[in-house]
Structures are given as structure tokens and as C-alpha cells.
Design a protein around this ligand. Structure first.
Ligand SMILES: Cc1ncc(COP(=O)(O)O)c(C=O)c1O
Length: 467
């Protein structure tokens, strides 16, 4: 253990590579085996500004992870810092359970103003424990209370969080085990065009709709009327899989016709990420509830469920929690929501997303290890495959998770933070801040292309403490 890192407090952060190595070593010794990003990125960030993160070793990285999509404005944006400083200087209480405060009032105003009018006009907001997973729990519980039913409809590839109810509706079998059971969840196929057993393109999505509808109406189908359907407009952790707008409209129709509340989980897609303030705007569907977290807190923890007032059948205290009144997060969140809207950052995300996708598709033409390029706005994914192996029954080459790990490490060596996701962890996920500049776009694309090329030709070995 280095003395400086141990005794000197925060100033030790700037003492260079030795301090960084010590911190990493102590983290490995002290923290749990379940740590994740810390394995992928064995760096010790000491400073961050916008898209740039500086490590204790003095190296700079372009951050395409953005706190798993949390940092809509990048790190330490002046608007966010100003809101936090102003609130601190005002003497406002920092922790207030769910009491009324001017900051909460202002956040709720900013949030409702940002949401689609047809939804916001008749909405109620419930502040949750400050993580997306608790807002998912709240939404499911709310709809169970309102309908008097228990089960839920959820999708293959879904990710909704790590607490019991959210995990039950999540698709990832690896993170569910060894917990028993999966709750009363009926799994439906999400339209994953690249590997769709019903066929690629629109046909697969159309058959998925027909399957869902038949199953729900089949008296021998084994599905009791559910309390809710929960879905993501673009699956993030599931591998950046965007649902076609028509498919979403069909899910809205199917649920509305059968009196099944529709919960849209916008924890990752919200606040401009997909090229619209909220991803539901692309298809125009109006859900019964929206689950929101990550970017709404402007980099501080905050989570809410917003729902149509008709479902507000809860008793006082029906979904409580200590940390539901984080004054700083409300102030940072309100400032972020307003800045994203006023600066047209959702529109810019759409523009840049199209530009980056186009460049990635050109790269795909040159590098056959890139099996698929997909996404929406600044939520983009590259699925890496092994082109030397035969295509599977869905017509795609097998995923290449080992290559993906090598590419991630090669990116890091080139000063680029990119995380993996999706089936077998073979999807490179790009989640840059919405404030990314044109020059940074070029730098990301250059580094990424170089890293994929090097890793694919095995010029570049994987490193890091990968899982
Ligand atoms: C769509 C979605 N829902 C829920 C969650 C869970 O949020 P949290 O990690 O804050 O519990 C996540 C996290 O990545 C997510 O992407």
C-alpha cells in the first residue's frame, strides 16, 4: 500500500501511476468478485471533462460508455456543475425522503414538460429508490395492484435490473442463476432481426407479433391474463437491438385491446439518447407507464416511474424507500433535461447516429468480422462474428466473444472506452455523450477501426482482468 494514496486523501489522486496501481490492487483485494466494468477497464480515473477521462497514469481516454448511458452531457458538464453548486450554496437540505422541496417541484416540472404531451397530461410521478431496477419493481407492483393480476409479459434479450422482480423480467439466463424460478413471466420474442428464428427483416418482426397475439388469445396457451407487458424500445444490455416502430405500435395495440398495461423501460433510451427526447416518440406509442433513471439525474442517482393517473391505486407507503429525495440529483436532473431540450441534443444525436452508422457500415464492408451494425441515435452496436465459421440457422455467422474482448482491450490501449453487451458479450456498444463533437466522432471511428483491424488480425493481444 502506498503511503500517499492511503493517507493523503483526495489529493493522492494526482500522484501518478504508483497511486493508480495501488488503488487497483486494493480494489481487487477488497471488492467483490461481481465487479464488472472495473475488470474491463483497469484504470483509475482522476479527472473527467465532457467525453474525456484522465487516468492516474496520465493517459486520456474518450469515454464511449458514459456511465452505461447515464452521462447525457458527458462528465462534469458546466450546466450540471452549476446546478449542483447553486443548490449547495442555497443551503437546501440534501436528503429529504419524499418531502416536497422547490428542487423536486422544479424537477417534476422539467420532467413532465419533456414527456410526450398525451402521456404527461394525465401522468403521476413516483420517486423510487435511486436505481432503474427499483423503478422497474415499482412499475410492476403498481400494475399488479391496479389489475389484481400477477404475471408479466417480457421479451427475449431484455434487461431491466438486478432486484428480484426486475431480474425476473430480464432475459439474461446467466445473471438469473442460481436464483430459483423466474416469477410468473411469459417470455415473448423481441425482434432481433440479425438472428431471428422467424426470418430476418420485417418478416421476423411480423411473425413475432402474430405469435404474441395468438399466444395471449389461446385458451390452451398457458398464459393467465398478465398484470403488464414490459419492453425496451431499443434493448441496450441485450446488444443494442432497436425494435421497429411498427412492431411497437402492434405491441401497443395488442396490450390495449386486452386491457394489459404497457410499461416502457426508458432507463437507457431516455433523454435524447436515441435521437428523440424519449424513444417512444419515434413510434408515437403512448405507454401506460414509463420507467426512467440514468440520465434524468444529470449524473447523480435518481429514478422514477411515471404512469397514467388511472393506475394510481396505491395506498400511502405502497412503494417506499429512504433515498427518494436527493436534492442535488433533482437539481442536476432538471438542468440536464432542460439543456438537452434547449440545445437540440436529441436531434444532434439522430444526425450523428446516422453519420456514424454509415461510416461503420463502410467499415463492415472492409472487415467481415463486423456481422451487424445497428442502433438508433447515439446508442449504437457492432456485433462481432467469426466469418470463418458457417452461418447458423438464422443465417448469421456465430458470435465471436473472444474477438470482442480483444477489441475492447485494443480500444482501451488506443484511448477509447467501449463496453460489450448482447448475446455472448459479442456486441461492441457505443454510448457516447450527446455532446460529442465532430472531431471526437472522427477520433472514435479512427481508433475503433484500428482496434478492430488489429484485434482481428491478432496483432493485438487482449489484456485486462476480463471475466
Ligand atoms: C433498460 C434498463 N432498465 C433497467 C436498468 C437497471 O438500472 P440500474 O442499473 O440503475 O438498476 C438498466 C441498466 O442498465 C437498463 O439498461
Amino acid at each position: 500500500m502506498t503511503l500517499t494514496a492511503h493517507t493523503a486523501g483526495p489529493t493522492a489522486r494526482t500522484t501518478g501511476p504508483v497511486a493508480g496501481d495501488g488503488i487497483l490492487r486494493r480494489q481487487r483485494l477488497r471488492e467483490s468478485a461481481a465487479r464488472t466494468y472495473a475488470r474491463s477497464f483497469p484504470i483509475v480515473p482522476v479527472r473527467a471533462n465532457g467525453m474525456t477521462v484522465e487516468g492516474a497514469d496520465g493517459r486520456r481516454y474518450l469515454d464511449c460508455l458514459s456511465g452505461a448511458g447515464t452521462l447525457a452531457l458527458g462528465h462534469n458538464h458546466p450546466v450540471v456543475l452549476e446546478a449542483i453548486r447553486r443548490t449547495l450554496d442555497s443551503g437546501a437540505p440534501l436528503h429529504l425522503l419524499d418531502l416536497a422541496t422547490a428542487e423536486k417541484d422544479d424537477f417534476t416540472t422539467a420532467l413532465l414538460e419533456s414527456l410526450p404531451r398525451e402521456f404527461a397530461d394525465q401522468a403521476r410521478v413516483h420517486f423510487c429508490g435511486p436505481a432503474g431496477t427499483d423503478a422497474v419493481e415499482a412499475a410492476l407492483k403498481l400494475m399488479q395492484t391496479a389489475t389484481g393480476r400477477r404475471g408479466a409479459l417480457a421479451f427475449t434479450g431484455a434487461y431491466h435490473g438486478m432486484t428480484a422482480g426486475a431480474l425476473a423480467v430480464t432475459g439474461n439466463v446467466g445473471i438469473k442463476s442460481p436464483l430459483p424460478g423466474g416469477g410468473e413471466v411469459t417470455r415473448l420474442p423481441y425482434p432481433y432481426a440479425y438472428r431471428c428464428p422467424f426470418g430476418s427483416g420485417e418478416r421476423g418482426a411480423r411473425l413475432g407479433v402474430a405469435y404474441a397475439e395468438r399466444l395471449l388469445d389461446d385458451p390452451l396457451g398457458g398464459v393467465l391474463p398478465p398484470a403488464a407487458m414490459i419492453l425496451e424500445v431499443v434493448q441496450g444490455e441485450g446488444g443494442v437491438v432497436p425494435a421497429p416502430d411498427d412492431w411497437l405500435r402492434e405491441m401497443r395495440r395488442i396490450t390495449a385491446e386486452r386491457g394489459i398495461p404497457l410499461i416502457v423501460d426508458e432507463v437507457q433510451t431516455g433523454v435524447g439518447r436515441t435521437g428523440a427526447m424519449w424513444a417512444v416518440e419515434h413510434s408515437g406509442i403512448v405507454p401506460d407507464a414509463m420507467v426512467l433513471s440514468k440520465a434524468i439525474g444529470g449524473s447523480l442517482p435518481l429514478a422514477v416511474v411515471v404512469y397514467r393517473a388511472q393506475y394510481d391505486s396505491w395506498r400511502p407507503g405502497a412503494h417506499t424507500g429512504t433515498f427518494r429525495g436527493n436534492t442535488l440529483a433533482m437539481a442536476a436532473g432538471a438542468a440536464t433535461l432542460r439543456f438537452v431540450a434547449a440545445s437540440g441534443l436529441a436531434e444532434r444525436a439522430a444526425l450523428l447516429g446516422a453519420r456514424i452508422s454509415e461510416r461503420l457500415r463502410r467499415l463492415q464492408g472492409r472487415l467481415p468480422v463486423i456481422g451487424d451494425v445497428r442502433g438508433r441515435g447515439l446508442m449504437l452496436g457492432l456485433e462481432l462474428v467469426d466469418p470463418s465459421r458457417a452461418v447458423d440457422s438464422c443465417g448469421a455467422h456465430p458470435a465471436d466473444p473472444r474477438l470482442a474482448v480483444r477489441v475492447r482491450a485494443a480500444c482501451l490501449r488506443r484511448g477509447l472506452i467501449v463496453e460489450l453487451g448482447g448475446r455472448h458479450g459479442a456486441v461492441l456498444r457505443l454510448l457516447p455523450p450527446l455532446t460529442i463533437t465532430d472531431e471526437q466522432v472522427e477520433a472514435v471511428l479512427d481508433r475503433l477501426a484500428d482496434a478492430i483491424e488489429a484485434a482481428a488480425s491478432a496483432d493485438d493481444d487482449a489484456d485486462g482482468e476480463s471475466a
